[in-house]
Each structure stands twice: as C-alpha cells, then as structure tokens.
Design a protein around this ligand. Structure first.
Ligand SMILES: *Cc1c(COP(=O)(O)O)cnc(C)c1O
Length: 386
C-alpha cells in the first residue's frame, strides 16, 4: 500500500541520516527526572524555568478547578459560553501584561498558527507585508504559511537590515514585524524598544512572541513587551507558567476581533479547567519570584562562563537558555551522550531546527534545580571540553 510504503521510506531516510527521533519514556518528570529505566537525570532541557509545573500551589489550584468545573471544557467558547472564571483569569493575565485584554489559547503553536492569518487578513491577506526574524520559531512560520504570505526575512536581531527591508518593500503600506523577545534556541533577546520605535516609524504592527520571557524577564516576570506599547503580544503558559496554553494580549478591540474571526478559538474546545487553574495560581506566584529570577540569571551567567572557559561558544545568550555550539551533528550527539553518562539531560539540537554546522546542546536552566544539582551540572559540562 503506497501510504505505508511512503511512511516507511521517510523513516528509513531519517534513519540513514541519523535524524530519526524517538520518544523516550519518562517515569517521573521534574528538575531531576527519572527515566522509565530507573536512571535519574538532572533535567537541563525543559522550559519549566521556575519549577511551577511541580509547585504545590499550581497543582492544588488545578485540582480545585477540576473539582469546580470538571475535567474538560466541553465545547468551543462560542458554543456553550465562556466560563466566568476563565474570563476573570484572562482579565488578570491582561493586567499582568499591562494590556487591555487577553485571550487564552490551548497552545502557543495553535495561537501563532491561528492568529497570524487573521491578522494578515487586515492587511491584504496573502499580499500582507510580513517582516520576520530569521530565527523565528516554527509556529510563527506555520502562521505565515497558513496566511499564505511570503516572509521577508531580516538577519537575526539585525535592526538595520530590518529598516533596509522596510524601506525597500513597505513604503508606509500596512506591514507586520514578527519576532520573539527571547529566542528559543539561542537564548538571546530582541531589542524590544528600538523594534517598537521602528514599527511606529513605518506604521507597522509589531507581533512579539514572549514564550521564553514570560514569567522570567522584565519587572516581576511580566516579559519584555512593556517597552512596546501597541504591540500584539503572544506568550505561552506551558513554560515558566508551568501549565499549558498560550495567550494573546492587546487591545480590547483586537481580542473582540479574534473571538469573531480566529478559527483557532472558534473551532477549538476551550482550555481545560486544570490548566486554567494552574495558570491562576502561577499568576499569584510569578510576581513574587524575584529571588528565583535572580538565581536563574546568576546560573545562566555561571554556565556561560564555564563554557567560555572550555572554548565553547554560547552565541548571544543572556538568559536562562544557554546554547553550547559544537558544530557537527555528530559532535552534538556525542556530547549529549557523554553528559547523560554524567547524569545530565541536555538535548542536542540539530538541523533543520538550527543551521548546518551550528548543532549544539541547548541548556535550559531552572530555579528549581537544587544548588547541589546545579554544581553537578557545571562539573559535568567539563566533558564537553575534552
Ligand atoms: C514553545 C514555543 C511556542 C509554542 O508554544 P506551545 O504552547 O508549546 O505550543 C511558540 N513560540 C515559541 C518561541 C516557543 O518557544
């Protein structure tokens, strides 16, 4: 049968390129996770930056919301109505982001994939001018692909290049600039205030993905978008928030438009009560976690210094995400294996996720690692210099 044969051929091709991925069973998740085979590893790969996925308060609130509202949300919000508690949660999230309103989605991938097309509809549909950072996340590409637009890509974080392209293509016509405030693979930051100024000057709308900044950076963990008034801000709730889902924050009018036009809201079951409850508790905790954010910053700096000492590039990282660029895929895979033998899980990131010859280990740190485990991690990293 052609279907099974095509699948088999694709998997065989991945096998021969050493790019076939397998799902590895984990018995117990956490800053120190336990694999199904019983081995315990320091998890330096998850995005649970503040450890909130395992926090007693997020777990308790998730259970409370399940008891009050049920295990599932039952239907799209446009069909059975929006849970009062969810509307209140969105208002709290909007306040946290300093925005008029917010809308919660089931996942960040879904939000980017579903929102960008309806934003582009406002600016000429598939003719919309969309300027994107070259290192943007796959979900942002999915949104542009769904919109049918050709992305005009600027060099990573190169605002002079962005301005050149704007001058060349936009001439004041409706345009979007789409970027991340913290980049998921390099751990560096966008210059949000100058980006916002460029957008304003060219009459463009800035769309900012705060997946890795939300909860971790900015005053009280509110992210970096505060420097960009008027931006459409997206962020995720499955990373530092420790729950699941994503949000769009912006004007009341923008949110009303999305409720009316965005297929990812209209045709998708509302977020599950458990996840919403956990987000509600995370919103209580995050503004109070300056100590944890400071610890993360110190740990990121110490890991970068350690890697620099070993002669390993960490690119422009200034955050809790620290790449260790090793070059070839083989080098990255071998390094992953050696670290794992030393009890640390840091995953090799290879093309097509990162450019050829920029294969790396991606360390993502958590304030929930114990001091002892963090020292073990720093010590284990020594194997990369060998
Ligand atoms: C993780 C991530 C997403 C997707 O969010 P999910 O909620 O995990 O689907 C979107 N954008 C960026 C930059 C991300 O890192």
């Amino acid at each position: 049968m052609w279907f099974d044969e095509a699948i088999e051929a694709t998997l065989a091709q991945l096998d021969s390129a050493h790019r076939r991925r397998r799902l590895r069973p984990v018995a117990i998740p956490g800053p120190r996770l336990v694999l199904a085979d019983g081995r315990s590893l320091i998890d330096a790969s998850s995005n649970d930056y503040l450890g909130l996925s395992q926090h007693p308060a997020t777990k308790a609130r998730a259970i409370e919301w399940v008891e009050r509202f049920g295990a599932g949300a039952r239907a799209s919000r446009l069909v059975t109505g929006t849970l009062e508690a969810l509307a209140e949660l969105e208002a709290r999230l909007a306040a946290f982001k300093g925005a008029e309103a917010a809308l919660i989605f089931n996942a960040g991938y879904q939000a980017n994939a579903a929102v960008l097309p309806v934003l582009c509809d406002l600016a000429g549909g598939r003719d919309a001018l969309v300027f994107t950072d070259r290192l943007n996340h796959a979900s942002l590409h999915a949104g542009c692909a769904a919109a049918g637009v050709r992305q005009i890509r600027f060099r990573h974080n190169d605002l002079a290049h962005l301005e050149e392209l704007l001058a060349q293509y936009a001439n004041g016509e409706p345009a979007f600039i789409i970027t991340e405030s913290v980049f998921s693979m390099d751990g560096d930051r966008a210059d949000v205030a100058p980006l916002a100024a460029i957008a304003r000057r060219h009459g463009a709308v800035l769309y900012l993905d705060e997946a890795h900044a939300t909860g971790v950076l900015g005053p009280q963990g509110r992210g970096l978008a505060g420097a960009a008034s008027g931006a459409v801000v997206m962020g995720t709730l499955g990373k530092a928030f420790g729950a699941a889902g994503a949000y769009i924050a912006g004007s009341r009018q923008l949110i009303d438009y999305l409720v009316n036009r965005c297929a990812g809201i209209i045709y998708s079951t509302a977020p599950a009560p458990a996840a919403c409850g956990a987000v509600d508790a995370a919103l209580d905790l995050i503004p109070t976690m300056d100590r944890e954010r400071a610890l993360l910053a110190v740990r990121g700096e110490r890991l970068r210094q350690r890697l620099a000492h070993l002669g390993i590039s960490t690119l422009g990282s200034t955050t809790q995400i620290v790449p260790a660029v090793l070059g070839s895929e083989e080098a990255a895979l071998a390094a992953q294996k050696r670290l794992e033998e030393r009890g640390v899980l840091a995953v090799a990131i290879r093309p097509p996720t990162v450019p050829e010859s920029a294969s790396r280990l991606r360390f993502s740190l958590s304030s929930a690692h114990s001091d002892a485990d963090f020292e073990l991690l720093l010590d284990a990293v020594g194997v990369l210099g060998a």
